[in-house]
Ligand binder design. Sequence first.
Ligand code: SAH
Length: 355
Amino acid sequence: MMEKKDIKSLTLTELKAEMAALGEKPFRAVQLYEWMHKKLARGYEEMSNIPAAMKAKCGESYQYTALHVAAVQKSAIDGTKKYLFALPDGNMVESVWMRYKHGNSVCISSQVGCRMGCRFCASTLDGLVRNLTPSEMLDQIYAITLETGERVSNVVVMGSGEPLDNYDNLLRFITLLTDENGLHISQRNVTVSTCGIVPVMRELAEEKLQITLALSLHAATDEKRRELMPIANQFSLAELMDCCAYYFEQTGRRITFEYSLVRDVNDTRKDAETLAALIKGMNCHVNLIPVNPVRERAYVQSGRQAVEAFAVFLAKKGINATVRREMGRDIDGACGQLRRRFLENAESAFADGAG
Ligand code: SAH
């Protein structure tokens, strides 16, 4: 049997064509699209101005994504909320909601699990399970908007998964998210973070979107980067830096380099010097993140002083650097940790239950 089309992943133009094929008028497609992407309906039953017969037809012809909130944790320190969502097939993904002065930000996952294998990351420990569909990415934002009752103004694709390993769905997600007939989030308020898949970064550059690209650098020599990130075996830093320059050339958007500080691994003065030399003269911003310790990994967070010294050193070299505020420290902060905890608990419960 053919899988049913996913109605929330269709653009308005596509939806109009689909509705025409079902014998419906174009304005019905507009109404339907508004219900899904503006009013954030959880199902057809909420769509009060759509005729019952049309809803029934849609129900038969398409699948309608709706995530189920499996758990919410709220930080007592800063109000950050972490959501664990159950997907229709029983898989789980997590998202984070953060309140900043300039608006609410949501960090979404792009895949269930991840196959990139970064050593310090919890999301990749069990490998990739599957890609998320565009509607499953959108729905993390929609469900959180409904739950908080507040508008989301910034979206970062920095949760579990490698977005450029799910490229077509990512592009479609950005199209729908920034569409004026939907939530209409500005491209400038969308950030996509990648471990650095060079050919796909080049393709993305050619789309000339006004989103921010964040590159997970984490080390300034090939040797060190290979120890932390297997992807560094495929692409050298020289190739990566060329690619970042190309991205800036194509889009005019300055790159953000993410650099997670790991004690005694990449946080020394020598590391700061090497990093400064590597990115000197580039139009960029460096985000320093004290690594979030993952239980399964031995990496230790750099001390406050080391982080401070690192930032000051870069600033002195004229490099724009900030230390990322750690949000939600008290609620399984690092990527993939909440899902892991949940799966572990579920497994032990199962083992107990089944004897
Ligand atoms: N796959 C993408 C996006 C998801 S990870 C990427 O690699 O960029 C989002 C960011 O969190 C990346 O910079 C990643 O390297 C970083 N990260 C993952 N685990 C971390 C941890 N335990 N502590 C600090 N940063 C971490």
